[in-house]
Design a protein around this ligand. Structure first.
Ligand code: COA
Ligand code: AMP
Length: 633
């Protein structure tokens, strides 16, 4: 074996028990596992069966006991409120224990769900860890989702308590969360017993007597709670992610496998150690936030940065460099879109020169395809390795990465490098057979998935099987298409379903179509993700109106845009739609979304032989041209 990576990869695939069993020794267990990998109920695999642990204990208390109590655990840097606040591991333990007491006083115990609907503030992290402390299951909902999306998640998770804040701050806009929460609870069949609300000075919320409780009042009255042992296989959290319909998928993460894999990944993939300062510039509402703002860095004993701001506009494109130099950040992880935003404002990276970035070692990017332009720009400007890595909400950590803690590879632009240990990748053709190096097909993972990846969907085992395991039996279908070259480098090219990636945010075009179809004037519609220089992709809607609708088309378009914003949320970035006479379809009625997308993106496309009406494509090309898309622009 030539290097640590090869050795690790080989053992992880051929001897997963030995590989993960040894790694798990690095964590604290109340009771050791009976079995590392339990494959007795295929295709449901479980890790560390029989083991008992507590994720909060490992992420917080253990470090205090091991002498890291005075080290900063969290640095909250909020340019939108002009605040910087630091929490040592000792302070974090004290606050989390108190908030665990608050939750317990509202009847929350092992296995109960708690929805956390909060902006990027430390209290969100306290709430997550407090749940872990008492064995409750948190479900964090991203603040940019509308009430309806929150309601869908409340209905599915059935939380006993919801924790929220009075508002979030988007650059200069104050977004009141409380009206959204009230509407969501109104819309959902499942009602929480209590809501705990952190009042922020930017917009105080009116509390509903008997249901809503003030965070600070509750904390004053709380009796702190200790960590309780939970089974390794007990759920730690549910994180909803876009599926192919409007009904999101509740990705479940367990305690044991997740803790083991994430703690290990901090060293093996990101090359950091305890005491290092790690910054994932994402949002706790996304998987990156769960894994690498909260759990990964804290499990490893790092200092994590909680940044409430944007790469540009808070106040300008130098903010990332200010945060790195001020807090001595060693590793930054964000999405390529953040760098595209900075590059657009400061193309020659002039603003970087005002800051001492000598502490900075690595930039990791994920969440969407890393375009070679952004890669080169970041490499030239930062002069540190820029590392693309590929993963999904479902997988919890990187499927393919340049594992800098094991061995650093040459970067091939366009590739997130090789499969990380634990991920037995293959590329299959439509017939389910492996295809040759360099040929594009469905990227799949041979089962079992490694620890830390989803064991199932929340209370929907069959949907888990149907969604991920049924098309290629024995494999997990990533729904990404791509290829693996002769050197083992993975290239992820496109989704095979209707998921699009808008500014690193995963969204379902099917979900948007469902909302648009509710408009009384719309007969049918199609939403596609078209290329966007800043956000990677943005959704574009095409609508056919009902016969006899005489209204101004612009009015309908405005209403439809408003509908998507109100039902899904501003994060959908649904701002472009048009009315057309008909949608191009095959004779069997399948809308040619791919062809329309290719026209919009000025890509070559073949006109399918089975198209029902050729003039419909001309009209689409004409309409797209009018708004600046396609070759007729
Ligand atoms: N709460 C409320 N609203 C939110 C929100 C939140 N947490 N997050 C986003 N929104 C709103 C935005 O204000 C914006 O609203 P608008 O239509 O009124 O302007 C809308 O949702 C779209 O947001 P976004 O896609 O983030 O676009 P943007 O123009 O505000 O910012 C970037 C563009 C590139 C700067 C921004 O997307 C970014 O920083 N991305 C970093 C990457 C990232 O965090 N990825 C997550 C996975 S790693
Ligand atoms: P999410 O579940 O929000 O993390 O989105 C996962 C999807 O984002 C993947 O299935 C890919 O389509 C895409 N993605 C994430 N990281 C990368 C990457 N490094 N390269 C290409 N696509 C990526």
């Amino acid at each position: 074996m030539s290097n640590l990576y090869d050795k690790a990869y080989d053992q992880s695939i051929n001897d997963p028990d030995g590989f993960w069993g040894a790694i798990a020794e690095d964590c604290h267990w109340y009771k050791k596992w009976d079995k590392v990998l339990d494959d007795s109920n295929k295709p449901f695999y479980r890790w560390f069966v029989g083991g008992e642990t507590n994720t909060c204990y490992n992420a917080v208390d253990l470090h205090v006991e091991n002498g890291l109590g005075d080290q900063d655990a969290i640095i909250y840097d909020s340019p939108v409120t002009g605040t910087i606040r630091k929490y040592t591991y000792s302070k974090l333990k004290e606050i989390v224990a108190e908030f665990a007491g608050v939750l317990a006083s509202k009847g929350v115990g092992k296995g109960d769900r708690v929805v956390v609907y909060m902006p990027m503030i430390p209290e969100a992290v306290f709430a997550m860890l407090a749940c872990a402390r008492i064995g409750a299951v948190h479900s964090v909902v991203f603040g940019g989702f509308a009430a309806n999306e929150l309601a869908t998640r409340i209905n599915d998770a059935k939380p006993k308590v919801i924790v929220t804040a009075s508002c979030g701050i988007e650059v200069k806009k104050v977004i009141e969360y409380k009206p959204l929460l009230d509407e969501a609870i109104e819309l959902s069949d499942s009602k929480p017993d209590a809501c705990i609300i952190l009042q922020r000075p930017q917009a105080r919320a009116d509390l509903i007597d008997g249901r809503d409780f003030d965070w600070n009042d509750e904390m004053e009255a709380a009796s702190p709670k200790d960590c309780v042992p939970v089974k390794a296989t007990d759920p730690l959290y549910i994180l909803y992610t876009s599926g192919t319909t409007g009904e999101p998928k509740g990705v479940v993460r367990d305690n044991g496998g997740h803790m083991v894999a994430l703690k290990w990944s901090m060293g093996a993939i990101y090359g950091v150690d305890k005491g290092d300062v790690y910054w994932a510039a994402s949002d706790i509402g996304w998987v990156v936030g769960h894994s690498y703002i909260v759990y990964g860095p804290l499990l490893k004993g790092c200092t994590t940065i909680l940044f409430e701001g944007k790469p540009v506009g808070t106040p300008d494109a130098s903010v990332f460099w200010r945060v790195i130099s001020q807090h001595k950040v060693n590793t930054l992880f964000t999405a390529p879109t953040a760098f595209r935003a900075i590059k657009r404002e400061d193309p020659s990276a002039q603003m970087m020169s005002d800051f001492d970035l000598s502490c900075f070692n690595y930039l990791f990017l994920a969440g969407e395809r890393l375009d070679p332009d952004t890669l080169t720009w970041a490499e030239n400007a930062l002069k540190v390795p820029v590392i693309d890595h590929w993963w999904q909400t479902e997988t919890g950590w990187a499927i393919a990465a340049n594992c800098v803690g094991l061995h650093q590879f040459d970067v091939k632009p366009g590739s997130p490098t090789k499969a990380a240990p634990g991920w037995n990748l293959a590329v299959l053709g439509d017939d389910g057979n492996p295809i040759g190096a360099g040929d594009i097909g469905a990227i799949v993972v041979k089962l079992p998935l490694p620890p830390g990846s989803l064991p199932t969907l929340w209370q929907k085992d069959q949907r888990y099987v149907d969604s991920y395991l049924s098309v290629f039996p024995g494999y997990y279908e990533t729904s990404d298409a791509g290829f693996i070259d002769e050197d083992g480098y993975v290239f992820v090219m496109a989704r095979t379903d209707d998921i699009i990636n808008v500014a690193g945010h995963r969204l379902s075009t099917g979900g948007m179509e469902e909302v648009i179809a509710e408009h009384p004037d719309v007969a049918e519609c199609a939403v596609m993700g078209v290329a966007d220089q800043l956000k990677g992709q943005i959704p574009l809607g095409m609508m056919v109106l009902n016969a006899g609708v005489e209204r101004d088309h612009e009015e309908v378009v405005k209403e439809v845009i408003g509908l998507v914003r109100n039902k899904i949320g501003p994060v959908a970035s649904f701002k472009t739609a048009m009315v057309v006479k008909r949608l191009p379809k095959t004779r069997s009625g399948k809308i040619l979304r791919g062809t329309m997308r290719a026209i919009a993106d000025k890509k070559d496309y073949k006109i399918p032989a089975t198209i029902d009406d050729y003039t419909s494509l001309d009209e689409i090309e004409e309409s797209l041209g009018k708004i600046g898309y396609g070759s007729k622009a």
